[in-house]
Design a protein around this ligand. Sequence first.
Ligand code: SAM
Length: 333
Amino acid sequence: MLYIKVQKVCAEILRGNLIKRGFLSTEDKIIRDDSYIYLPLNEYARENIKSLSGEGLGMIELNKTASYRKPLPLDIGYDLFGNIAIIDAKRKMLNTEATRSAGRKIIALNPRVTTVLEKSGPVQGQFRIRKLGFVCGKRRFIAEYSENGARFVFDVRKVFFSARLAYERARIAALVKNGEIVAVPFAGVGPFPIVIAKRAKPSSIIAIELNKAAWAYMEKNIRLNKTSCIHAICGDFKAVADRHIGIADRVIMQMPTQSMDFIEPMLKIAKEKGKAHVYLFCNAKKVKCVKDGIRKELGSFGYRTKFIFERIVRTYSKAEVEMVFDISFSKVG
Ligand SMILES: C[S@@+](CC[C@H](N)C(=O)[O-])C[C@H]1O[C@@H](n2cnc3c(N)ncnc32)[C@H](O)[C@@H]1O
């Protein structure tokens, strides 16, 4: 686990800064000793920590605490899904002794990890899944993963799942007001609906997923977490929105490659006045253009848009980041 060690007097300011940047882990506990506070960081921080230390927060230093995750040899990054670790190695290192050695080290460093896999292709297709290669440990592909007080099981080969969205799920859950109806198209195995159901008090959540395998895991995860307000539908968002018109107070559009293609069903499923969280891949230097595009698209359906909040969710490639735009909209006239 990665922590930032900070003197007690500065801890509250730094904690606020970490929350603002989406760096604070919501899963791990804050640790205290006589003089210092150790603030837990999430995977997004792990990727972007250089920008944090470069922002004049001089009183902080990265520190190894008892559970600090030691760096691996060869600079290999990895994602953790409970019992499964997925290595993100450079192409020329795929299926080599170097990755197997890193895999054994990951198992030694992380007592929960029993299987190590490697990413052997990009996230692809409508279901947003990627090819994974076996590296070492048990040949088991069902992840048992926890975040934000919720538990999830899913087959990492058959569904999309990103642990890097954990902060976003907690952030959105904190915005949901009592009694709201929330629509979650692109729901995957259910992390957004389930975290919202556990942390907020919506009257109901309609969760839509096209991939049958992901939908079946969502049903399983709903039962596992004993969340009763989620209605999980297997189907295409466009078709489902046609059957559920004007019901949602809030729509969570977490399909960053295609969110803009689904603005019409988003407006159909929502009430005439509503809120949405639109995730998009974009060039970080062209945010104004992207916002103009969103405003124009909603305008073409007769809606006025107000931008409430935006943040970079994660870096996606050298040129692109995933951003989220929190908007409110209302039908004109
Ligand atoms: C980027 S993933 C998001 C998953 C989820 N929000 C999460 O946090 O894990 C997009 C999901 O949308 C699903 N999907 C793609 N096209 C869809 C459509 N037309 N209707 C409903 N779901 C769709 C994919 O199968 C995939 O699970």
